[in-house]
Design a binder for this molecule. Structure first.
Ligand SMILES: Cc1cc2nc3c(=O)[nH]c(=O)nc-3n(C[C@H](O)[C@H](O)[C@H](O)COP(=O)(O)OP(=O)(O)OC[C@H]3O[C@@H](n4cnc5c(N)ncnc54)[C@H](O)[C@@H]3O)c2cc1C
Ligand code: FES
Length: 258
């Protein structure tokens, strides 16, 4: 069930490269949240940012009634969110969108580029809770861009690649040696820059492995009312905010060219 509540900021942790982690809590039980879902946040300064901003749910702590987000500053909205202080209120519409497929998956490969790793953390954690240890591949420009990622290691096999080779292997995500073993996985999940997702999706199609992508189309309402987030699918135009953000790549039209 979708709800709108004022959450309270409990902490904010800045990282390198304009990224930060935001933790918020609620004074009542959280709604059930599935991996891949997102929130639509009302940025406190609505004069500069009238529309809500969609952000993936990075992690959920039902007992503490807390949500965690991983955010990259790209414009006014995310900049204002980055300046929030402990105790500030944040109006959040949640949980939104569909979720990743988990059932019957035994050997998942999760691939995240940059802050595209955000929706994959709760997915990895959910697999681990279901006694499935996922493999996670993440890439960035340099070691510094990946320094925060160690969180995954408690419940996933983590592989890294950097453009300059300063951490893990050297090259682009699709160059990583794990991609040569792509057929050992039974489902691939990816989120990040569009070019990366398309390259991963293409490899998945060639290897005949099901693949789900988390699309980050520009959004406004987040609930299927404004039609500003549509994407072309084999079933016609669909809203990314309600039919997605998770799509099986076979359903997306013109997403990859083989
Ligand atoms: C379902 C979903 C989940 C998302 N999850 C996260 C997340 O977990 N962490 C995170 O940091 N960001 C996430 N995003 C992207 C985030 O919503 C945008 O970066 C944010 O809305 C930008 O707002 P702004 O006011 O800072 O920038 P704006 O001033 O609105 O835009 C600044 C620049 O960013 C570009 N931009 C705006 N929106 C997007 C977008 N959706 N995708 C790519 N570029 C965009 C604009 O074209 C412009 O160049 C998600 C987006 C969607 C749709
Ligand atoms: S954001 Fe309004 S319909 Fe998707």
């Amino acid at each position: 069930m979708k709800r709108i509540y004022d959450f309270t900021v409990t902490s904010i942790e800045p990282f390198l490269f304009n990224d930060f982690e935001l933790h918020v809590s609620l004074d009542r039980d959280l709604e059930p949240i599935y991996p891949g879902q997102f929130v639509n946040v009302l940025v406190p300064d609505t004069q500069k940012t009238f529309l809500r901003r969609p952000i993936s749910i990075y992690d959920v702590d039902y007992r503490a009634r807390k949500l965690r987000f991983y955010i990259r500053i790209v414009g006014n909205g995310t900049q204002i969110l980055g300046k929030l202080q402990k105790g500030d209120k944040l109006n959040i519409l949640y949980p939104l969108g569909n979720s990743f497929t988990i059932e019957h998956v035994q050997r998942p490969l999760l691939i995240g580029g940059g802050c595209g790793i955000a929706p994959l953390f709760y997915l990895a954690k959910t697999f681990a809770r279901n006694h499935v240890r996922p493999t996670v591949l993440t890439g960035g420009q340099t070691a510094a861009a990946l320094s925060w990622i160690n969180d995954f290691e408690t419940f996933a096999d983590l592989h890294r690649i950097t453009n300059d080779g300063s951490m893990g292997e050297q090259g682009l995500i699709t160059d990583h040696s794990i991609m040569k073993k792509i057929k050992t996985f039974d489902r691939i999940y990816t989120c990040g820059p569009e070019a990366m997702m398309k390259a991963v999706a293409k490899m998945a199609v060639i290897a005949d492995i099901p693949c789900e992508v988390s699309l980050e189309n520009t959004m406004a309402c987040g609930i299927g009312a404004c039609l500003c987030c549509v994407t072309e699918t084999v079933q016609g135009n669909q809203c990314v905010c309600t039919n997605g953000p998770i799509f099986d790549i076979c359903k997306l039209k013109n997403f990859i060219k083989i």
